[in-house]
Design a protein around this ligand. Sequence first.
Ligand SMILES: NC(=O)c1ccc[n+]([C@@H]2O[C@H](COP(=O)([O-])OP(=O)(O)OC[C@H]3O[C@@H](n4cnc5c(N)ncnc54)[C@H](O)[C@@H]3O)[C@@H](O)[C@H]2O)c1
Length: 309
Amino acid sequence: MPHHLEGKTAIVTGGGRGIGRGIALALAAQGAKVIVNDYGATVEGQGTDNMPASQVVEEIRKAGGTAEPNFADVSDHRAAEDLVRQAINTWGHLDILVNVAGILRERMIFNMTEEEWDAVIRVHLKGTYNTTHFASIHWRSDRRGGYRLINFTSTAGINGSAGQPNYAAAKAGLIGFTKSCANALARYGVTSNAIAPGAATRMTDRGLANQDATRSGAAPSARAGGSERDPENVAPIVVYLCSGEAENVSGRVIAASGYRIGLYSDMQMEREIFNDGPWDVDRLFELAPNTLFKGLTPPDGNRPMSASA
Ligand SMILES: NC(=O)c1ccc[n+]([C@@H]2O[C@H](COP(=O)([O-])OP(=O)(O)OC[C@H]3O[C@@H](n4cnc5c(N)ncnc54)[C@H](O)[C@@H]3O)[C@@H](O)[C@H]2O)c1
């Protein structure tokens, strides 16, 4: 079988565990040389551990692939610069950047502290900006083309998530970021897409539906290997998007959950009303309920805290 990514070099952030690990293994299996970045933090972003990234590098090498570890915190601007430089110094160039690293600090908006807000925005949003900023500087001067940027969003960012306003905001922000990079970097041969994944990992173990099982030592992620919820199932579409075949796909959000892969529509105007000049407030009160907002219902306030990651 041909290797779809022969000669390519890649960085996978958060590549030590869960979905990122699956992607690092799959890219390497397709011939890419991979920097496996992972800070080795807890789900909440605390502590550091070199083991996750080192183990995945070991796995790749044992399977005959090429990989190097990196233990940087992607939310550290200078460390992210060093991460990109590591790929360029080691292999001469960087073709693929997959930003997977992420953390959770779930809290209802009225309970959320400034620190909880900042920590989540910092890893997802600033972390993705950090690595992409330095990769894009390289792509703009390298000019080989065929570059790939893949960011990780979530249904939380698309639909909202009652108990994760920081996470949902970061993930929605990443859609705007991804589309902006698609627009700005097309001329340098970069495609930029976002994945909204679904898989059983330590992140989803924290969801309401899984909390009891996780507390009693039967975390669903521990039993996911080989099942539909195996985080490795997110990787095949990432391989495809990283290949030359996917040159026509950019600025899009792609769902990858279990054995299902989907393409989200872009957000479209649903209804519009027009006036010749500024709207008269009374006229708007008369018209809006029968046109613009006719038939709408608010979200169900009784819905439990979202269990999504
Ligand atoms: N699992 C799901 O169903 C799901 C759903 C929607 C979105 N996502 C997103 O997919 C991505 C992967 O999630 P996962 O479920 O595999 O979680 P995970 O916790 O298993 O993996 C995340 C990895 O990122 C690393 N990391 C965290 N902060 C870092 C930092 N500052 N620098 C470098 N590495 C860091 C962690 O050490 C961990 O290994 C995340 O962005 C997550 O928000 C996951």
